[in-house]
Design a protein around this ligand. Structure first.
Ligand SMILES: C[S@@+](CC[C@H](N)C(=O)[O-])C[C@H]1O[C@@H](n2cnc3c(N)ncnc32)[C@H](O)[C@@H]1O
Length: 380
């Protein structure tokens, strides 16, 4: 039997449970929820599987070393002893990041520099050459988590954050993070049995993530680069075998509708949907939320209106009031999920939320609320 490895999948606060379930479904073992992360175990190829299939993970870290230390020298020696040459070439590049809680080092930067010196000194001793530092795009990104006198050394197998799916060719000033959008779709319970509508779709992120889920398109399907591709031990054959496990469904009868008041933003959605090759499933048209209505009922609405942070709105309270009116007037027998960081403005929707989640869209703490819209929908 192959050796079991330890990994950590990072995510946003509020998505840990979804990520744990997702990892378990992929075959991960001993999944443990941590703060904005899930620890898990599996054979080495589980790391490839998590990178390619996890919708709710931001990055996958491989735990390669864990040790206790009392002083700088013990810390340096333990890092020096890690055989980094198995992963990194002496002509290659590296970067070291650290997180630290209650440790002996004055700053995380000092610990990172000491670790970088230890790794490079090992190369110099062995080969008389050493890798160079590239903070932007290293061949190997080391990450060290230090908790008091215990240090854990990880290699970041994802490289760029996994929210960068590879379908975004056009960036919206207030686009929602793809990992959050995927989580919103999952939390909504939309099961592709009814139409899905994003009445303020911007660049189309929520629609694309919803279509990907319904059609079983892996999160990494459009992406062609991962951190571990540059490692010396990268196994192209195993990567191909794992990505071939994807079972994409192309005959699911789904229709998703996206509206936006802005022609420019709608153009962005069109470009992204086309890049994702989802134009057969996602219909986009210019329309204000106030004038929009569903083609079929019931329908599921999932959207993030402007919060008044990155997109200015003249009177945010009135604006949310109009959203509530449009929901009551045009979307009877539908369900709406709305995410917003503007807690005060949300109150103006004037409907009773039947479910409430707290999620983070990047650094912004948001409420994600469910409204059941039936005839004579209950005002608050
Ligand atoms: C926060 S952005 C949505 C971003 C989108 N989820 C994405 O990932 O790109 C809000 C969008 O609502 C649109 N919008 C503002 N007022 C609207 C209205 N009355 N009807 C429809 N869309 C509106 C804006 O043009 C903007 O694209």
């Amino acid at each position: 039997m192959n050796k079991k490895e330890k990994f950590v999948a990072k995510t946003f606060a509020g998505l840990e449970t979804l990520l744990k379930e997702e990892l378990e479904n992929l075959g991960a073992e001993n999944c443990q929820i941590c703060n904005r992360a899930v620890g898990f175990e599996g054979e080495y190829d589980m790391m490839y599987r998590a990178n390619y299939f996890c919708r709710y993970a931001l990055r996958i870290l491989w735990q390669v070393h864990q040790f206790n230390f009392r002083d700088n020298k013990q810390f340096y020696d333990a890092i020096f002893n890690y055989p980094a040459e198995q992963i990194l070439d002496y002509n290659g590049t590296l970067a070291v990041s650290t997180t630290m809680h209650d440790a002996i080092f004055k700053t995380p930067l000092f610990a990172a520099q000491l670790a970088k010196d230890a790794i490079c000194d090992r190369f110099r001793d062995k080969y008389n050459k050493r890798p160079s530092v590239d903070k932007e795009n290293p061949d190997v990104q080391f990450h060290i988590h230090i908790l008091r006198s215990q240090a854990t050394l990880f290699l970041d197998s994802s490289g760029e954050s996994l929210h960068k799916r590879g379908y975004r060719v056009s960036a919206h000033p207030a686009q929602i993070n793809e990992v959050i959008a995927a989580g919103m779709v999952k939390l909504s319970g939309w099961n592709a049995q009814c139409d899905m509508i994003d009445p303020m779709c911007g660049s189309g992120t929520i629609l694309i993530e919803a279509a990907m889920q319904a059609l079983n398109i892996p999160a990494g399907f459009y992406r062609d680069n991962y951190g571990c591709f540059k490692w010396k031990n990268f196994d192209r054959y195993t990567w191909k075998k794992i990505t071939d496990e994807a079972d994409i469904l192309d005959d699911v009868p789904i229709t998703l509708y996206g509206f936006d008041i802005s022609a420019r933003f709608l153009g962005m959605a069109k470009a992204n949907v086309k890049e994702a090759r989802l134009s057969d499933f996602i219909r986009l048209s210019r329309c204000s939320m106030q004038d929009s209505e569903p083609k079929n009922r019931p329908a599921m609405l999932i959207f993030n209106p402007p919060y008044g942070e990155r997109m200015e709105i003249d009177n945010i309270e009135d604006f949310y009031h109009e959203i509530g009116d449009a929901l009551k007037k045009h979307y009877t027998n539908c369900t709406a999920f709305i995410i917003s960081s503007n807690i005060e403005a949300i109150k103006n929707i004037g409907l009773h939320a039947s479910k409430k989640y707290t999620l983070f869209n990047g650094a912004l703490e948001c409420k994600y609320l469910k409204f059941d819209l039936y005839q004579g929908s209950k005002s608050k």
